[in-house]
Design a protein around this ligand. Structure first.
Ligand code: SF4
Length: 376
């Protein structure tokens, strides 16, 4: 754990009230100011000539990176700083790699399937991160969009490699390695950890075990088989674990189109909180009529939270409508707002005189019925 300003301060002359207290030789007005800067690593420890050995040792230990980061084909691996995601965040998603063996008569087909596989996430497309080519015959693979390395290259990377023969053993090794790296900052355990999945197990077992290893604490996973359903599951899980819990998932503020709308199609409006967006987008996609959705930038907050935090105001709506050039892009002048914002209807209409705002549904699931009864 990094030291706080107060923890640093108690070792300084200012706290000990010795002769050099607040002497300003470090360039800071007080020892407390120096301690606060040092905690943020905005000043070097050496700037204060009166730092004692105990502080030096503790501070240098506290800022030491617990786990190294390595890069394979621009994929960052390792570099984790906490044991539990809620303490801060996990940093680098463990790449999911597949070994493709050219001795396997089916290798071409597997390569094609891996290459074509992708799933759509929030603002992102997910695919297999890396292909490791075994017994590679040198044939042209430049049309592959998934990065590749040979097995020989993979062997040269400095990773702690665990062969997953026994779940219990792998689990214990993963946990103890991460604890030694993070808690003890033991350099012997500071390399990222890669689990090579057991090739002799069925897909369900592989998927269940890999799910556990993604949560705790593999920095990379290597598979000997590829399956679209398994990778969809694992990529989705990984996406959930490796998001910053302090930042809500959000989509871009924009004008989204559903079912090829024309200039007279109906228009909905909501915030850019990803869950809200996808709930509404799913409903609009399944409507029998085309539609638009205006997404307001609200720091990824849901409708009522955004309103109470003043991230969804009539002014912000007006600015967004202007920025997205809605007036020229669409003839429709009626905009349907979420039912939870019914109390804003007057101010929205006042602030946006070119449009008429009407109140929609509280729940996205009710949009279908709402549209059926809609007469604009
Ligand atoms: Fe305090 Fe050291 Fe800065 Fe002097 S040089 S003000 S003792 S932190």
């Amino acid at each position: 754990m990094e030291m706080t300003g107060l923890q640093i301060f108690k070792y300084l002359p200012g706290a000990k009230k010795t002769e050099k207290a607040n002497c300003k030789e470090c360039g800071c007005p007080t020892c407390m100011a120096f301690a606060l800067k040092l905690a943020k690593q905005n000043i070097e420890l050496e700037k204060c000539p009166y730092v004692d050995e105990k502080l030096k040792e503790q501070y240098l230990h506290s800022i030491k990176h617990p786990q190294k980061t390595i890069e394979i084909k621009n994929l960052k691996i390792g570099g984790e700083q906490v044991l539990y995601r809620h303490e801060k965040t996990f940093i680098n998603r463990p790449p999911l790699a597949v070994i493709v063996d050219y001795k396997d008569s089916n290798s071409k087909n597997i390569l094609n399937r891996i290459n074509e596989f992708e799933i759509k996430g929030v603002n992102e497309l997910f695919h297999v991160d890396l292909i490791i080519l075994k017994n590679y015959n040198g044939e042209d693979i430049s049309d592959l969009k998934v990065p590749t390395i040979t097995y020989e290259e993979f062997e040269t990377y400095k990773l702690i490699k665990i062969k997953d023969t026994d779940f219990q053993k792998t689990k214990e090794q993963l946990i103890s390695t991460r604890q030694k790296a993070i808690k003890d900052k033991d350099e012997k355990f500071s390399d990222p950890v890669c689990v090579i999945m057991n090739e002799n197990e069925d897909l369900y077992t592989t998927c269940a075990k890999a799910s556990y290893y993604i949560c705790k604490y593999a920095n990379m996973l290597v598979f000997n088989k590829f399956d679209e359903a398994m990778f969809s599951t694992l990529l989705t899980l990984r996406q959930n674990i490796y998001t910053d819990p302090q930042k809500p998932l959000q989509v871009e503020s924009n004008l989204y189109e559903f079912n090829n709308p024309d200039k007279d199609s109906i228009v909905f409006l909501t915030t850019n909180f990803a869950l809200t967006f996808f709930a509404v987008a799913n409903e609009l996609e399944s409507l029998s009529v085309p539609s638009y959705l205006i997404v307001i930038p609200a720091d990824g907050m849901s409708v009522l939270t955004a309103w109470s935090a003043e991230k969804f105001t009539a002014q912000i709506v007006a600015n967004t409508i202007k920025k997205l050039d809605i007036k020229n892009k669409i003839n429709t002048r009626t905009i349907i707002i979420p039912g939870l914002l019914a109390h804003m209807i007057e101010e929205l209409n006042e602030e946006n005189p070119d449009f008429k705002f009407i109140v929609g549904t509280h729940e996205a699931s009710a949009i279908k019925d709402f549209v059926k009864n809609l007469s604009l």
